[in-house]
Write a protein that binds this ligand. Sequence first.
Ligand code: NAD
Ligand code: LMR
Length: 327
Amino acid sequence: MVAGNFKVCVVGGAGGIGQPLSMLMAMDPNVAELCVYDLTVSMVPAEGVAADLSHLNKKSKVKGYAFDMADRAIDKAAECLTGCHLVLVPAGVPRKPGQDRKDLLNINAGIAKNIVEACAKYCPEAVVALIVNPVNTVVPAMCELWKKKGLNPCKIVGVSTLDVVRASKFVHEITGAPIDGLEVPVIGGHAGTTILPLFSQCPAASAIPADKIPDLDTKVQNAGTVVVTAKNGKGSATLSMAYAGARLGKAVLAGLAGEASVECAYVASSVTELPYFASKVTFGKQGVETVHPIGDLSDYEKGRLAELTPILLEEITAGLEYAKENE
Ligand code: NAD
Ligand code: LMR
């Protein structure tokens, strides 16, 4: 593998997240080739998104691929996926006001399975970063299917970076501390109370009185719903998600290039009693290199961890069952 010359595919690349995410990845100096993969029925043809991005004066070559689901898309994906080092997956249905991320499971797990199977066939060495919701359940389901094919689970990554981005922004807004370098680790999962920001591990957040932390915690948990409500039935977070997804994608590529890089991500884990968990992860030459322990927690955070554990376990179990039933 040559550092800085990676092939990246964005599946769902013509969608709300997919377009800006494709743009940010096309601008990454580590990307030599970017494939925009979507369905023929997407709002904008994938080839059109690619033609547009191909004019950026960046080194990446951008190609678009549109597949018809009825036309054995998995077979046609060969050219697009073969040789990929990183596949970012924002393909799937976003929620509407009143819906929970869990309500997307039936439709989105089917979409993710189709894509993960195509990756297993054509780019089994790639890191597959799943943005599609519900992350808490889709990631365990897809990781189990991946393992059953004899593939390395260190390649399957659930993208929870947006929670870190949000928590860090909110601490900056409250404290006025410089945004650069301000980082709140977020552990657990990516839905409701399973999202656990560790303000106690962010030096800038020490300026926030303890009695204000529960409201700030709730604000991070509900941030996705705030966007869904504001978009009023026309989707969920796309631009901030593309920003966060590109941050994760760039960290993965930096790791593959030999520059180990740390981000929080939701992965197969043994740092708690749960088999899948978001915590700090070092990305290296093989993908997930180290899953870091969660570190010291405040009493409030310890209570929250105890509260979220059975909820996240139930959502993980749903994923393991999906994998069993859909081999
Ligand atoms: P969108 O509807 O705007 O775009 C989804 C795209 O996926 C569409 O272009 C669609 O044609 C494509 N697609 C659907 N099935 C496909 C398949 N089988 N193969 C290839 N492409 C396919 O939706 P969006 O707003 O971009 O959101 C996408 C997903 O990301 C949703 O499930 C949403 O809940 C999730 N999301 C996750 C996070 C996170 O933090 N992990 C944040 C925001 C959104
Ligand atoms: C988010 O956190 O913005 C995403 O998971 C999308 C959603 O449904 O809230």
